[in-house]
Write a protein that binds this ligand. Sequence first.
Ligand code: ZN
Ligand code: ZN
Length: 119
Amino acid sequence: MECWRAMTQSPLFLRRREDFTCLHCGTPVRGNGYTNHCPRCLWSRHVDVNPGDRAAECGAAMEPIGALSEGGEIIVVHQCLACGHSRRNRSALDDDRDVLLELFGRPVPDPPVSNRLTR
Ligand SMILES: [Zn+2]
Ligand SMILES: [Zn+2]
């Protein structure tokens, strides 16, 4: 069984910092250290438990469900389609304004969302 062991230890675990392909519209997103979501459709991906830690194993698409302004900044609220986890993210300068505006005024859950969503 030692041969099998060696085969599974291939160095394929490349950690890419922030770059990812949008799960929703397919746009390649270049991470700049600030954004973790697609600038076109604002969808994100469930990779963090806390912002930037990449500790979540979920990896599912996160839908932008609302936006609000807080302390002079625009916050986008994302919710994971797979596990229902919701998260607030600072919007980036190159985020699509129209999409952002559409999100404003939507009811936003107060974090943390502990109750399970039926969806
Ligand atoms: Zn997108
Ligand atoms: Zn998730």
